[in-house]
Design a protein around this ligand. Sequence first.
Ligand SMILES: Nc1ncnc2c1ncn2[C@@H]1O[C@H](COP(=O)(O)OP(=O)(O)O)[C@@H](O)[C@H]1O
Ligand SMILES: Nc1ccn([C@@H]2O[C@H](COP(=O)(O)OP(=O)(O)O)[C@@H](O)[C@H]2O)c(=O)n1
Length: 206
Amino acid sequence: MIVTIDGVAASGKSSVSAGVAQALGVPYISSGLLYRAATLLGLEAGVDLGQEGAVLGCLNPPPRLEPLAAGNRVWQAGRDLTPDLHSTRVDRGVSVVAARPEVRAWVDAQLRALPAPLVAEGRDMGTAVFPHAGAKFYLTASPRVRAQRRAHERPEEVDAIEAALIERDRLDTTQSAPAPDAHVIDTGALSLQGVIDAVLARLPAR
Ligand SMILES: Nc1ncnc2c1ncn2[C@@H]1O[C@H](COP(=O)(O)OP(=O)(O)O)[C@@H](O)[C@H]1O
Ligand SMILES: Nc1ccn([C@@H]2O[C@H](COP(=O)(O)OP(=O)(O)O)[C@@H](O)[C@H]2O)c(=O)n1
C-alpha cells in the first residue's frame, strides 16, 4: 500500500512519515528534498531560479533520492547534498523552482519509479503523484506553532521564521491543496507520537 502525507511547511510531514513507515516496516520518501536539491544546485551555479532551462541544466548528473529509514538523503554522483538542503537560502528559493512544470515532472518520474509499499510525503503526493494511494493525510498547524518547532533547526528568530513560512505557504498554494479524500489532521495540539498514532489509527485494515 502507498500512504501519502502532505501538508504545509514544517507541519511535521517528514517526522510523521518516518514514524509511520517504521511502524509499517516500509520505506518513506521525502519528495521536498528533490526540489531542495534542484534549488541548491541552481544557487551554487548562480543561475536565475525562475529560468526552468537553466535549473534543469544543473541536474546533470541527476540527483538521486536515497530513501533511508534513518533520514532520506540526496546524492549527485559521489556528493551527498543532504547537509546543504535545509539552509535559509534554499528555503527562500525552493518554491520558485518547484513551480516549474519540467522540474515537477523530473521529481514525479523519480518518485513513481520507486516500488510500493511506501509512505510518501510532500505537497502533492495524494493529488498528483500517487492519486490511487490507499490512505491519504494532510497535516496542518498554525504558522506560530510551526515556526516555534522550526526555530530549533534554523538560526533565525521565531518571528522571521513564521513570516518566511507564511510566504512559502502562499507560494506553494497551487501544488499544496489537500486531496478531497485526505484525512486532515491539525497537529498543533498533538505530540509527534500523537500524530503518528492518529495516522496509524486511520489506516485501512491490513
Ligand atoms: N506534533 C509535533 N509536536 C512537536 N514537534 C513536532 C511535531 N511534529 C513535528 N515536530 C517537530 O517539528 C519540526 C518540523 O517537523 P518536520 O517533520 O521536519 O516537518 P516537515 O517535514 O513538514 O517540514 C521537527 O523539529 C520535528 O521534530
Ligand atoms: N511534493 C512536493 C514537495 C515539496 N515541494 C516544494 O519543495 C519545498 C520544500 O519542501 P519540504 O517538504 O522539504 O519543506 P518543509 O515543509 O519540510 O519545509 C516546498 O516549499 C515546495 O515548494 C513541492 O512543490 N511538492
